[in-house]
Design a protein around this ligand. Structure first.
Ligand code: PLP
Length: 382
């Protein structure tokens, strides 16, 4: 049975070029980059090259602005805890109700130690209200942390504009964005449209790179204490022996993403085609975030009075791998916090499915999904 993998917002397959680039760092170049030997110097130089590639890919100015982490969860934790520790006099944080748990849970944990957190609501399309954001700024606001794109619906927050208005109000507020789903799908230029963003999280495994490696962009001049203390790797910002093969793989994945970013239009064609066909097949279905600006690869569609979990199992029996949203909350009986925040009607929320494409998908995959859904529809109607 041919499988169709359309759960790329959960994770992507590692490109063969990425594996090839990583391989030597498991074998002949396994050295600890901090060791004192010519061979270790070679590994250190490879990390420096990888960092330069990523800095260029993100449009940052300085190699000192990118620090490697183990994943976007770590980057988000670091951005928030590190900002809080570096600026203890300010104790108010602004975020949204639809952030990934790697932001939400960190904010909630700070509430327990006397921080005030404003959780901004979204409308039924998943959009933020800019006035609500501006009204929530206080004299002691420390940090605004808003995602660049939502993992479940693909809805894009205009963090370029939001960071500009926040900074205009108070340039001492730190602006962090969790760009885990945005990077690699849409162009990022930290010196142009994202010029007001101080901190930005990203992850390797969402862009056809390896798992276990990510990064945090830290704009020059941003005050942030480390999360991990120890042997002073990463210029003292993030201790721990570098994940050398992971870093090399991440850089290769960025390089490939950079040359493929224009192809996102063809991914959007696939997404739009699937959306059209499914709405034809299930006329009562709704697209979550339909009227919002969305990532080109993501379709979150809600089927009325259908159990999404059952539908996902049926799809996987036919070899179609989709998701009900956040991989991290799969297995829990709670409905998606994102769709709940968007007030998706009760008879739809349980039937919401996410299809997320990558550049490895084709029109054949769309046809296979539609055919499978036709069969499932017949089974439901029996
Ligand atoms: N932030 C967002 C928006 C995500 O979609 C994810 C993963 O799904 C994460 C953070 C966590 O990423 P990682 O798996 O690299 O920790």
């Amino acid at each position: 049975m041919k499988t169709v993998y359309v759960d790329n917002n959960a994770t992507t397959s590692v490109m063969s070029e990425v594996i090839e680039a990583m391989m030597p760092y498991f074998t002949e170049s396994f050295y600890n980059p901090s060791a004192i030997s010519g061979r270790a110097d070679g590994v250190d130089a490879s990390i420096a090259r990888a960092r330069r590639t990523i800095v260029e890919f993100l449009g940052a100015s300085d190699t000192k602005e990118v620090t490697f982490t183990s994943c976007a969860t770590e980057s988000n934790n670091w951005a928030i805890f590190g900002t809080a520790r570096a600026n203890p006099e300010r104790r108010h944080i602004i975020t949204s109700t639809i952030e990934h748990p790697a932001v939400l849970e960190v904010c909630k944990s700070l509430c327990k130690i006397d921080y005030d957190v404003t959780f901004l609501s979204v409308d039924s399309d998943g959009n933020l209200n800019v006035d609500e954001l501006m009204d929530s700024i206080r004299p002691n606001t420390l940090l605004v942390t808003l995602m660049a794109a939502n993992n479940e619906t693909g809805v894009i927050f205009p963090v370029d504009r939001l960071s500009a208005v926040v900074k205009e109000r108070d340039s001492n507020i730190t602006f962090h964005t969790d760009a885990t789903q945005y990077v690699g799908k849409l162009p990022v230029d930290l010196n142009r449209d994202f010029e007001h963003i101080d901190l930005m999280s990203f992850s390797g495994h969402k862009i056809h790179g390896p798992k276990g490696v990510g990064g945090l962009f830290i704009r020059k001049g941003t005050s942030l204490t480390p999360l991990l203390y120890g042997g002073n790797q990463e210029s003292g910002r993030r201790s721990g022996t570098e994940n050398v093969h992971g870093i090399i793989g991440l850089a290769k994945a960025c390089e490939l993403a950079s040359s493929n970013i224009e192809n996102m239009q063809s991914i959007e064609v696939l997404r739009n085609q699937l959306e059209k066909e499914l709405l034809k097949l299930f006329p009562s279905a709704l697209v979550n975030g339909a009227k919002a600006n969305r990532l080109p690869n993501t379709l979150n569609i809600a089927f009325k009075d259908i159990d999404g979990e059952t539908l996902l199992h049926q799809l996987s029996q036919y070899g179609v791998y989709a998701s009900n949203g956040s991989a991290c909350s799969t297995g829990s009986l709670n409905y998606s916090h994102v769709l709940s925040a968007m007030e998706v009607p009760y008879d739809y929320i349980a039937g919401s499915i996410r299809f997320s494409f990558s550049r490895l998908n084709s029109l054949e995959d769309v046809k296979a999904i539609v055919e499978t859904m036709k069969q499932i529809k017949e089974e439901i109607q029996k």
